[in-house]
Design a protein around this ligand. Structure first.
Ligand SMILES: Nc1nc2c(c(=O)[nH]1)N[C@H]1C(S)=C(S)[C@@H](COP(=O)(O)OP(=O)(O)OC[C@H]3O[C@@H](n4cnc5c(=O)[nH]c(N)nc54)[C@H](O)[C@@H]3O)O[C@H]1N2
Ligand SMILES: Nc1nc2c(c(=O)[nH]1)N[C@H]1C(S)=C(S)[C@@H](COP(=O)(O)OP(=O)(O)OC[C@H]3O[C@@H](n4cnc5c(=O)[nH]c(N)nc54)[C@H](O)[C@@H]3O)O[C@H]1N2
Ligand code: SF4
Ligand SMILES: [Mo]
Length: 757
């Protein structure tokens, strides 16, 4: 007999917008998804990816059981066999070859799962390795580094106050398709339209005329890779024309404006205009407009991060927010306050942020935020010598497609002594694993946005319990990762997975009761641990973080700094469960100087590593720009490398084509729909040409995440339409030096027609 349809709420894990969804369920199958109109943040918004939640969740290619390699073949195995296989190898490898012999790779979905926030830090601690590689060095590491240097905290990334600003200067982002990044805002497109409707101004800087650019008052299409120059010229103009006025921020600045003006003196609009391929007067006009706006926010993402001067561009974004007095004020760019952040500390000097505390073995790349460049993973595996990586633990990562030179990495992974993948799919990367641990589909997992609440345009907090019960033969991803921590520590079978969480809880509570500034000072941590709510160990950890956090109930000991925003005595998991559509914690509020953790306790306006890079940026002005460079693009129905297996999300315009401007196509003799060969440092590809004037001249665009043509995967839909892997054009040597981030945009390519056979 068919069971009665029911609905369940689930925050969407498919992009940073974190929309609340209402799932329709038939038994344990998700049959539909619509926007939850009562969600306090997303208010019913949904995009085609969220609407396809059922297809993503129910993909028949998702692995059901662990896989273990036997005689070279991956075979279905029990969880016990899988963990035994790990326990039999990893601790011994660490004993014999040292902690650095294990590399950890963390991919993007870790920021979309509870497990990904709670366990990787414990795994790294258990292993003791410094060989950590994450998707951040293909993405936002420049923002972490510039925030670390400016504010002393790599996570203190200001977000544009989208709903209140009068002027938004948006560079290298296409939120109408990506739905936003480091700016969590369900219905980003609607918020941009609202900005225009209230007579605000939107300026978009992008070498492509994107759907976002089409919403703008003004679209500037510079030469890719030139954002740092453009932003430097804007800052220079503000300073030279006496338009800079940081207002109350002035007292918080370490370093004065004169020093900054000197450092930027040579970056005049006239000087940078040819490299940016923008008229100098446009740059000056933009600076004046920015200064004149009642409030304004400058925001830069992928296109200004994954370029050669990504950290300089990211720094300059916030310099402009500071110079115009817009940092930390409503309508400008503010620091969100997430419910699970540590409770704000008193203002004053902090520990500061250091870069390059250690370096990678082969190329000597400096670490940033404790990470090494993912672009350097392959050489760390395949270059012989002391300290070589012999085993890899990859969680939610597909670097064979997402990182430069997948071919080399593919071969390197194949040569490892041992590899573990925590991944729902047998894909281009996990096919090399000796053990694959598959997490359950999202409908069977509880959800909390530890990461994105810290970058949201409104303070709010929401929790989704699992929408359907866990299949009997599955483990929750939290338990999968907790058991992994035990297995690599030589504790497999010796302790229950919850022991891993208990340690984390004990450490968290011990810290709180030891803090003389906390109302919990001197309380009994065991008694507090006994008060924690939650039906599982990770839920108890969430409860602890909420209760100790800035809006927390502090277990009834005094009140937390912002708890009145949460009402009724402050937050805890039980309060959250009583509000299934979430709790709104109000608009973003000024948080300076409390956010600052620099050694000076001030904003380090011109940090030394940045000052040292500026001459290199200037020297680049003398270089002749390449005739043709490549940029990426995202399609609304895509998500990096792993949604091409869901038929509802592929086809139509979501295709792996090389977009070329008509003038370039004519010059190169390319024909729409016919194949072109594109070549660069790392190799060449054949791709179909799409002629369109939405890319500017001198620029071609190819999306990433494609290239599903390797054997040994289980991606039946994706491998039927494999596309080509754009990252094969890179050899991994082009990096933003301060952050180790791969240059994925604006690198030189050559394109020619593939003659018919
Ligand atoms: N050329 C170019 N390259 C790029 C980019 C670009 O713009 N251009 N973008 C870069 C960016 S911004 C990013 S973030 C990276 C992303 O690159 P990766 O971090 O490698 O992420 P994905 O391609 O999203 O692959 C995610 C993996 O996680 C698995 N997965 C999905 N859901 C879950 C889950 O719930 N749990 C677990 N454990 N695994 C799961 C998927 O099966 C897949 O194997 O790509 C980067 N690469
Ligand atoms: N639909 C969809 N949504 C996604 C994802 C996805 O794959 N698909 N991925 C998610 C992830 S992991 C991330 S990090 C975010 C990223 O989200 P966004 O930061 O919005 O990134 P993109 O959509 O890649 O947009 C980057 C834009 O920069 C432009 N660009 C390239 N080079 C330059 C340059 O030198 N200067 C300037 N000013 N612009 C340049 C490109 O043309 C492109 O339009 O999206 C997330 N959301
Ligand atoms: S915008 Fe992002 S979070 Fe919202 S429904 Fe679409 S994929 Fe999900
Ligand atoms: Mo990303």
């Amino acid at each position: 007999m068919p069971s009665a349809p029911r609905t369940a709420l689930r925050i969407c894990p498919l992009c940073e917008a974190t929309c609340g969804l209402t799932l329709t369920l038939d038994g344990t199958t998700v049959t539909g998804a619509r926007g939850d109109r009562e969600d306090v943040f997303s208010r019913g918004f949904i995009c085609p990816k969220g609407a396809a939640f059922g297809g993503v969740d129910g993909d028949p290619d998702r692995l059901r059981t662990p896989l273990v390699r036997r005689d070279g073949q991956l075979c279905e195995a029990s969880w016990e066999e899988a963990y035994e296989a790990i326990a039999a190898v990893v601790p011994g490898l660490v004993r014999e070859h040292g902690a650095q012999s294990v590399g950890v790779v963390l991919g993007n979905p870790n920021v979309h799962t509870m497990a990904g926030a709670l366990y990787p830090p414990l795994l790294l601690k258990a292993l003791g390795t410094r060989n950590l590689f994450t998707a951040s060095t293909l993405d936002q590491m420049p923002k972490h580094v510039s925030s670390g240097l400016l504010f002393g905290d790599p996570f203190a990334i200001p977000v544009p106050d989208l709903d209140r600003t009068d002027f938004l200067l948006l560079l290298g982002a296409n939120p109408v398709e990506s739905n936003g990044s480091l700016c969590t805002a369900p219905d980003f497109p609607g918020r941009l339209k609202a900005l225009r409707a209230r007579s605000g101004t939107l300026v978009v800087v992008d070498p492509r005329r994107t759907r976002t650019a089409r919403l703008a008052d003004r679209h500037l299409a510079p030469r890719p890779g030139s954002d740092a120059l453009l932003l430097a010229a804007l800052a220079h103009t503000l300073l030279a024309e006496k338009l800079a006025d940081p207002g109350p921020l002035t007292d918080l600045l370490d370093g004065d404006l004169r020093e900054l003006a000197e450092a930027l003196a040579r970056f005049t609009p006239e000087e940078v205009a040819p490299a940016c391929d923008l008229p100098a007067r446009e740059i000056r006009a933009l600076a004046r407009q920015l200064a004149a706006a009642p409030t304004a926010a400058v925001y830069g993402r992928m296109g200004s991060c994954t370029v050669e001067y990504g950290t300089l561009a990211s720094w300059l974004v916030d310099v402009l927010n500071i110079l115009t007095g817009n940092l930390d004020r409503p309508g400008g760019a503010l620091f969100p306050l997430s419910a699970t952040a540590p409770a704000p500390r008193a203002a004053g000097p902090g520990k500061g942020f250091a870069l390059g505390r250690w370096s990678s073995r082969v190329s000597g790349h400096p670490e940033a935020k404790g990470e090494l460049p993912l672009a350097a993973l392959a050489e760390e595996i395949d270059t012989p010598g002391e300290g070589r990586i012999r085993a890899v633990i990859a969680i939610a990562a597909n670097p064979v497609l997402s990182a430069p030179d997948g071919r080399r990495l593919d071969a390197a992974l194949a040569g490892l002594d041992f590899m573990v993948s925590v991944d729902p799919y047998l894909n281009e990367t996990s096919r090399h694993a000796h053990v694959v641990l598959p997490p359950p589909p999202p409908s069977q997992s509880a959800h909390f946005d530890f990461a994105f609440n810290g970058f949201a345009v409104r303070n709010q907090v929401r929790f989704s319990p699992a929408a359907v019960p866990l299949d009997e033969d599955r483990l929750d991803e939290c338990e999968i990762q907790a058991r992994l921590v035990l297995a690599v520590s030589g504790m497999h079978g010796a302790a229950a997975p919850a022991a891993v969480d208990d340690l984390a809880i004990r450490a968290g509570l011990a810290k709180a009761v030891a803090d003389p500034g906390s109302p919990l000072h001197g309380a009994d941590p065991d008694r507090l641990a006994g008060l924690l709510a939650g039906t599982s160990a990770p839920e108890r950890r969430l409860d602890m973080m909420l209760r100790l956090g800035p809006y927390g109930d502090r277990f009834g000991f005094g009140t937390s700094p912002a708890h009145e925003a949460a009402a009724d005595g402050g937050l805890g998991l039980e309060r959250l469960l009583a509000h299934p559509h979430g709790i709104d914690l109000g608009p973003l509020r000024p948080r300076l100087p409390g956010v600052l953790k620099t050694r000076s306790g001030r904003i380090e306006l011109l940090p030394e590593p940045i000052a040292a890079e500026l001459p290199r940026l200037h020297a680049a002005l003398a270089e002749r720009p390449a005739a043709l460079v490549l940029v990426g693009r995202r399609h609304l129905r895509s998500n990096n490398s792993w949604l091409h297996n869901v038929p509802a999300l592929t086809g139509g315009s979501n295709r792996c084509t090389l977009q070329v401007h008509p003038l370039d196509a004519a010059r190169l003799g390319l024909v729409d729909g016919k194949a072109a060969r594109i070549s660069a440092d790392g190799g060449s590809l054949e791709v179909p040409v799409e002629i369109t004037d939405s890319v500017r001249t001198g620029v071609v665009s190819l999306p990433h995440g494609w290239g599903h043509d390797r054997p040994g995967t289980r991606l039946s839909a994706a491998s039927a339409q494999p596309g080509a892997n754009v990252n094969q054009l890179l050899d991994g040597s082009r990096l933003d030096p301060l952050s180790g981030t791969a240059v994925l945009n604006g690198f030189p390519v050559e394109v020619e027609l593939v003659p018919l056979p």
